[in-house]
Design a protein around this ligand. Sequence first.
Ligand code: JCF
Length: 663
Amino acid sequence: MPAEGRIAARVAALRAEIAGHNHRYYVLDAPSVSDAEFDALMRELEALEREHPELVTPDSPTQRVGGAPASTFAEVRHLTPMLSLANAFDEAEFREFDRRARERLDVADIDYVAETKLDGLAISLSYVDGRLERAATRGDGTVGEDVTANVRTLRSVPLSLRLERPPALVEIRGEIYMSWRGFERLNAEQTARGEKTFVNPRNAAAGSLRQLDPKVTATRPLGIFCYAVGSVQGAELPATHYEMLGWLREAGLPVSGETRVAAGIESCLAYYRDIGARRPQLAYAIDGVVFKVNRLDWQRDLGQVARAPRWAIAFKFPPEEARTRVLAIDVQVGRTGQLTPVARLEPVFVGGATVTNATLHNADEIRRKDVRVGDTVIVRRAGDVIPEVVQVVTEQRPADSVPYEMPSEVPEQLLRQRVQALIHFASRRAMNIEGLGDRIVEQLVRAGLVETAADLYRLSLPQLLELERMGEKLGQNLLDSIDRSRATTLPRFLFALGIREVGEATAAQLAAHFGSLDALLQADRAALEAVPDVGPVCAASVQAYFEGAENLANVRALAEAGVHWPDLPRDSGAKPLAGMTTVITGTLRTLSRDEAKSRLQNLGVKVAGSVSKKTTFVVVGADPGSKAEAAQALGVPMLDDDALERLLADPAALPVILEATRS
Ligand code: JCF
């Protein structure tokens, strides 16, 4: 083969290989090469195309981001109009849709194709002889905007269909969306650049696609799912919608993995409930599910009314965002002392509940969003997450409104809440800061020396000496005991945070179960509920706590201040000490009795109230009661603090530890 031919063949091979890797990475979600290997292929192709510009074709992967910024988007007429969907807002409306369709078709049952309804924007892709020719927005359904240059930058959109014999022409319909993760990443970047953030993934996707410069779109994390075919020439379509989706998949287009055949209305309802339950865990925003009659001949028989087909319906979920008015802004204090502004709202039904309060996070957030009393705002409540004010509808702002200012003087009620939170934090069963009593906490807070728990660890002697009735000796003792409290245990730390529903025993269970704070932070609702004694309310509270940015900042600040603890082995669920019985008496040095109790229980030990011959061992702290005497009398082994700690760290060592008590 002459050199020219060899090069052309290599270019073609590289393109096919790169397209294959893109497909596996972006569509199948199963990459087969490393990023470095992929980059090497791209670089080789770029170099060959630079040397041989005559070989460049529009469907080369090097040509995804190209062309100069446009000044407008041209109009595009869809060959087949892009339909919209009729909505059902409750089960009765959905049953009515099904009943009518069955009646018109005169059949007893209909097989539907069920899929999620993405909250993005509709797009039509035209492939001519298998090559992506045009991408257009829905527009009014008949005429849309040409966004080809932007859509080409999506790596999940094949520039050529992966078909041996592609149709002469095919219009493919889908939804362009942004995942939650992409949306959050983009907003973080926007904030870092001092640019405005997007309210929701749909707006972010729409804003990203309507960029005049495709180079900007190329940086945006957009995805696409295809769900229908418009016009087609030069190919036979299969007989059912579901098979048609399979054909789209074979052609290399992304199709939602949540697509199912649902035989009859009860299966549809089960699908609706299942997706509804998993909605908070989905990677992208959806606002409902779509049901389509599976048989394409039945779709034709049913036809359409206005712009909506009679063979499909969107069964909506309750909206997670709604508009309402801010009646007042109050400031609250968390148990760790941080201030949280809260918007009092005109009651509004959102996310399946009536919402009257929404968090505004902190003073910076209020300033950034410029939320004012009297404003109309968009509030969001997703799953069990605390409702938040997302954005102000500035067009509806009253003329006389003024920017909100956080009270500069901390209100009395807040001071008292801070004091309470800190007293709890320092208490004996929490961080056990000796000498940090109610009176000193109150003095520290009122003097403005301490707001949050982490501030305690930054106190200096001169600062303490500012306080009334504080001398050098007392001050130094206090600093020493604050310093000692840095070395703590995970259960104490969790208890000290003051998370609602997390008492001492629950803190011990959480610590024993997850072993480390990191593991706890990663736990989802189900993982939390799997912990003994943790019910749905407690799990929700723990999750809400660690989703609060201020709370996380507080936890981080404490760690940075040097608060630390040994991680524990993660509870595997195994009960190495099942069948053993113990009794705990006296005061333990490092663990409270509740904590010792739940940790022993996690190992399978039964904790009883009185000593008998059946007691395996007795845990004896300082100033033990008559139970120690009973143990002595019955010859039951007694473990002190150290022995208990060794046992908790290594349950398999029990025989050795018991042996040691005899000597
Ligand atoms: O995911 C969507 N937003 C979506 C929109 C899915 C569909 O199957 C659709 C649609 C709009 C119209 N089907 C039609 C006919």
